[in-house]
Ligand binder design. Structure first.
Ligand code: SF4
Length: 334
């Protein structure tokens, strides 16, 4: 498990316990967890079927689920954590998710591999806005008399003034149990063949544009100004762009270290790298051509990867029997 802040760890523990309670009667089962793919990029607009000679597209599908009460149906499930309000299904948050490329990227791959998917279940988890605080007189009394905090057993042997991670987790869990809809929401987003065709066309077009940039050695600052500061955070490469930073502020790290190198000489494009290129050509160059990564990752990234591991463990306990699972690892389409 990633080394993270103990209060982030407490938040994850509370969220996973609350998630387990909330979806206790859920009938989804995992039929595939963390399956990798690498596939040719077709040009859907050419008369004869042709593929990119430079790139393949790749990814790791976190989770496919089925439901024994709906035989023959399979869904891609994508978990997302957010600080935004998720209770209004018509909000701009959900509109953005409906438009997200990630499920389309994976669904196109699954189609090429011969799997028909019935849509993507966006499984959204809201991060608590509650922060650790002082323990009140009433709460101290509860701890002293019953060794419980917001109804959860805490056996520390003393009563601190400030909430320790155990207390904080108990208070977050209590809020989750009282208002689960605030924390957990799901929506199924379908993708039509027209959507997949459009995405295949975009994939080929972007890969062609990336090749042009690599051949010319010129990646323009196309993200300026909207991507230089996104979600109130500056782009991690802003110091390089304004010539106030140095590459020594970054570590060398291959762009797609998590995906296997097939040794075929073809470069790979993932949904993340494609999204970054759409955001800004220069940013793509720093990350995926020069292989530069900021030395200090933000704590929200640490939280994200730790939560991802916790969710994988949750779904590993809900695996379908071996004979009903789907395997894609190492599969390629000729
Ligand atoms: S890499 Fe692109 S998005 Fe980032 S600061 Fe430079 S111009 Fe802006």
């Amino acid at each position: 498990m990633t080394d993270i802040d103990p209060y982030d760890r407490a938040t994850i523990d509370a969220l996973i316990t609350g998630y387990r309670d909330h979806y206790a009667r859920d009938t989804y089962r995992a039929v595939a967890i963390e399956q990798e793919f690498r596939l040719p990029i077709f040009n859907p607009n050419s008369k004869r079927v042709s593929t990119s000679k430079t790139y393949e597209y790749a990814g790791k599908i976190d989770l496919l689920v089925d439901d024994p009460s709906q035989p023959g149906k399979i869904w891609l499930m994508d978990h997302k954590t957010t600080s935004e309000d998720i209770e209004n299904p018509a909000s701009s948050f959900w509109m953005r998710l409906r438009n997200a490329t990630q499920p389309t990227h994976y669904q196109l791959a699954l189609k090429q591999l011969g799997f028909e998917i019935d849509g993507c279940v966006w499984d959204v988890i809201k991060k608590p806005s509650i922060r650790p605080r002082k323990i009140t007189k009433e709460e101290k009394k509860e701890l002293e008399m019953f060794s419980t905090y917001h109804g959860v057993l805490i056996d520390m042997g003393y009563v601190p003034d400030i909430e320790q991670p155990e207390h904080y987790a108990a208070r977050v869990l209590s809020d989750i149990r009282a208002t689960p809809g605030k924390y957990f929401q799901r929506q199924i987003v379908p993708r039509t063949n027209e959507d997949l065709y459009e995405y295949a066309s975009e994939l080929f077009g972007i890969s062609t544009r990336i090749r042009e940039c690599e051949t010319d050695g010129r990646f323009f600052k196309t993200g300026e100004p909207h991507s230089c500061t996104l979600y109130s955070r500056s782009c991690e490469y802003l110091p390089l762009c304004v010539r106030e930073g140095s590459t020594f502020d970054y570590v060398q790290s291959p762009g797609h270290s998590e995906l296997e190198d097939q040794g075929d000489g073809l470069k790979i494009l993932t949904n993340s790298s494609l999204s970054m290129f759409r955001q800004c050509e220069r940013k793509y160059r720093y990350r995926y051509v020069d292989g530069l990564k900021p030395i200090y990752e933000s704590s929200s990234l640490g939280f994200g990867s730790a939560f991802h591991v916790a969710m994988n463990n949750f779904w590993a306990d809900r695996l379908a029997p071996e004979s009903e699972r789907i395997y894609m690892k190492g599969v390629t389409v000729e």
